[in-house]
Design a protein around this ligand. Structure first.
Ligand code: RP5
Length: 170
């Protein structure tokens, strides 16, 4: 449990991904949660290769104490949408950059949900993974003043790290 958190005893965020190969992208979500001292569980849950695991995870996610699910997948990326169909928790989808179609397939698979079952879809790759974590933080911060302060500080540091002028590199 992160210091200053007033949410739950269990990790509030689940970071799930369709394959070990997605970790190279999803680690950026994990590292962003680490930077904000937000506890999370990271798990491999494949919509296609481990469908029973997907059902068990998604059906039990709220009772397990999770508040937000971040789901990354590539290619025929059905994981975020299927999880959203099985849990009322907010689900943020991260399209992983695929080899064949550079993540366009992942993006369209995740973003084109039918009305009634939302997935908050982020950008392809690292930017999406980082922003999924920041969105999860913003949701949790609504009821967690300690986290709200850490998120404000994170954004301030980011602003202060931007130089006024570019370095004149070759
Ligand atoms: C999807 O298939 C995963 O999310 C991954 O992005 C993609 C490829 O998986 P691997 O063949 O690398 O395990 O289910």
């Amino acid at each position: 449990m992160a210091e200053g958190s007033t949410l739950t005893a269990s990790p509030p965020v689940a970071v799930i991904m369709g394959s070990q190969s997605d970790w190279a992208t999803m680690r950026h979500a994990a590292e962003t949660l680490d930077a904000l001292a937000i506890p999370y569980d990271a798990r491999i849950v494949s919509a296609h290769r481990t469908p029973d695991r997907l059902f068990a995870f998604a059906k039990g996610a709220r009772e397990a104490g999770f508040r937000v699910v971040i789901a990354g997948a590539g290619g025929a990326a059905h994981l975020p949408g299927m999880v959203a169909a099985l849990t009322p928790l907010p689900v943020f989808g991260v399209p992983v950059e695929s080899k064949a179609l550079s993540g366009q397939d992942s993006l369209l698979s995740i973003v084109q949900m039918p009305a009634g079952i939302p997935v908050g879809t982020l950008a392809i790759g690292r930017a999406g993974a980082v922003n999924a974590a920041l969105l999860a933080a913003a949701v949790l911060a609504l009821h967690d003043p300690g986290l709200a302060g850490r998120l404000d500080a994170w954004r301030t540091r980011q602003t202060e790290a931007v130089a006024d002028q570019p370095e004149r590199t070759a």
